[in-house]
Write a protein that binds this ligand. Structure first.
Ligand SMILES: Cc1cc2nc3c(=O)[nH]c(=O)nc-3n(C[C@H](O)[C@H](O)[C@H](O)COP(=O)(O)OP(=O)(O)OC[C@H]3O[C@@H](n4cnc5c(N)ncnc54)[C@H](O)[C@@H]3O)c2cc1C
Length: 537
């Protein structure tokens, strides 16, 4: 990785367009600037970079100045850094990426894939290509899937998608999170001419040039109100944002990108509120071996939550099971064979009971009538494998033989939204802005979508000579489009989850009818698939 000295933010006579655009920005700092830069190793946090500047207020500063500081080098923070590095307009920006964890060891595929994986949509694959990371991720390191089957344990309804119905070769890929992160960070290092990775480093404080109240709607519906506003009300004298690291180092920047996950410390320090709800569930994940490899992403909706079986590399599969905390704890302690038996039962058992309820008497007869109608003939699918017809006929998932590499682990599930995604000189991305239920595997895809739109917004600012931390630009070109996309997805995911939660037999049968109607109606089925495949990138 190379660094310009001084940082491009301060350059006065760079020949390229990006530099000139930045210098035209109206930032209240004088052009007096001396710089010494002793860079021994950018990856071990031992470099010293000192700018001595005189502000228009005559204040002398000794600190590091960046165009953007990304807090969080997870998959989404790494994607922002990599995209900044490959975009023609932003590739010269001076960028720091700060993470509280130590630098991960270089990714080498282990004998058994890691249990934290992500389904990545074709829309996100395109973004990984743009970020220069795809060659390090593509199959066989990732597993692609061409089919997806979603079915209901409480009715006989199902939908089976085949990518070829829309002329595509695949519906997506499943990749280990560690590989996604490593490939994106490697791309950021390769292409970001002026990118510095700083880890392990804690953020001690944040100061934004902002003196309004913590932004965001009422959090009366929220699971928390973590807006502490620890640094939001102070105005740094030079109009930039300031981050103070645990070792006392001060990073001044035009833009802080908070990519530090669902419990974002930066979001809290900025005083931004969140709203949402807990699902009272945990997501249990495990790598498993199966009787035969599969090219299908399977998901069955159980009364307690969805259970997914996803193909991963080298013929293994990954289980993502949303369930009660008690069940998750019990399964984390199970032997490999007992876990396999539990997964196979949950995927295949046709006698999962419904809970009788008041809707039954009203909807039951209507549902029974609808079920007798022609398009629902495929309701007979529970009798065995492949009983449906054509590429959209129901299939049985492969038998799970046991967990591989280690026992399952579980993570809390929640829906959490930041009331605002931006403030002057601050943008939230990924789970720091929105955490969603993993039932459709959209979490990191939404984050990649944020990364793509934010970098386009910053490139637009560079091109027009605007300040990339300007709140109006961030609001119009980043927050507005991303909130629309995210809230649409949140509504869809939450709606799906709640529709499948209802166990009343009458409603369940109607749900089955609805699913089969979708499955039997090619354009509707394919339209849904294209929405899911597009992802949010
Ligand atoms: C069980 C489960 C299954 C899932 N499956 C899928 C799936 O199939 N597909 C999908 O798209 N999504 C899935 N998700 C969601 C997905 O994992 C998240 O959306 C994704 O990890 C968010 O990435 P991120 O980079 O925003 O945050 P994170 O992955 O949480 O990364 C945050 C980074 O910030 C760093 N950090 C934290 N605090 C600080 C601090 N104070 N200072 C500096 N650095 C800090 C961390 O070390 C980390 O590197 C799943 C989630 C769960 C729980």
């Amino acid at each position: 990785m190379r660094r310009l000295s001084p940082g491009i933010f301060w350059s006065r006579s760079k020949s390229n367009e990006a530099s000139r655009a930045l210098v035209r920005c109206n930032v209240p700092i004088s052009t007096t600037n001396t710089n010494t830069n002793t860079n021994t190793n950018t990856n071990t946090n031992t470099n010293t970079n000192t700018n001595t500047n005189t502000t228009t207020h005559g204040v002398h500063l000794t600190e590091d100045i960046y165009d953007a500081v990304i807090v969080g080098a997870g998959m989404v923070g790494a994607a922002v850094a990599a995209l900044l590095g490959t975009n023609r307009l932003t590739s010269q920006l001076r960028v720091a990426v700060v993470d509280v964890k130590p630098q991960p060891t270089r990714f080498r595929p282990s004998a058994v894939p890691d249990l934290r994986v992500s389904t990545v949509t074709p829309g996100s694959i395109e973004l990984l290509r743009r970020a220069g990371a795809w060659d390090d991720i593509r199959p066989p390191l990732a597993a692609s899937f061409a089919n997806m089957q979603v079915w209901d344990s409480s009715s006989r309804g199902y939908i089976r998608w085949d990518a070829r119905d829309t002329g595509a070769e695949q519906m997506g890929i499943v990749v280990e999170n560690t590989l996604l992160q490593a490939a994106l960070l490697a791309a950021a290092e390769r292409n970001g001419r002026n990118t510095e990775l700083i880890w392990p480093a804690e953020i001690r404080s944040l100061r934004l040039p902002y003196d309004g109240p913590a932004a965001g709607p009422s959090d009366s519906t929220g699971i928390d109100s973590d807006g502490g506003g620890e640094g939001g009300g102070f105005k740094p004298p030079h109009g930039l944002a300031e981050l103070v690291l645990g070792n006392g180092r001060v990073l001044a920047t035009r833009l802080v990108v908070a990519a530090d996950g669902a419990a974002s410390r930066v979001r809290q320090m900025a005083g931004l509120r969140t709203w949402g709800w807990g699902y009272g569930q945990r997501g249990l994940v495990a790598t498993v071996s199966t009787a035969e490899p599969s090219e299908t992403a399977w998901q069955r909706f159980l009364p307690t939550g969805p259970l997914a079986l996803l193909p991963v590399r080298d013929g293994y599969s990954n289980v993502v099971w949303s369930t009660t905390p008690q069940t998750a704890t019990a399964m984390e302690a199970m032997s490999s064979a007992a876990f396999a038996a539990a997964v196979n039962k949950a995927l295949r058992d046709t006698s999962i009971p419904n809970t009788p309820g008041t809707l039954t008497s009203l909807l039951g007869p209507m549902a029974a009538f609808l079920e007798r109608l022609g398009p629902f003939a495929e309701f007979g699918r529970n009798s065995g494998s492949g009983s449906g017809s054509g590429s959209n006929g129901f299939q049985d998932p492969p038998m799970v033989l046991g967990w591989a590499g280690g026992p399952p682990r579980s993570f809390p599930l929640q829906m959490k939204q930041a009331g605002r995604y931006i403030l002057p000189r601050l943008a939230l991305v990924g789970d720091a802005a929105h955490a969603v239920h993993p039932l459709a595997g959209q979490g990191v895809n939404l984050g990649f979508g944020d990364a793509g739109v934010l970098v386009e917004a910053l490139a637009g600012a560079v091109e027009t000579g605007a300040d990339p931390g300007d709140a109006r630009i961030l609001q119009e070109d980043y927050e507005a489009p991303r909130r629309r996309a995210v809230l649409t997805m949140v509504a869809a995911l939450d709606g799906i989850k709640r529709v499948f939660e209802v166990q009343d037999p009458g409603f369940a049968t109607l749900r089955g009818v609805g699913l089969s109607l979708v499955n039997a109606t090619g354009p509707v089925r394919n339209g849904l698939m294209q929405y899911a495949m597009l992802g949010q990138a």
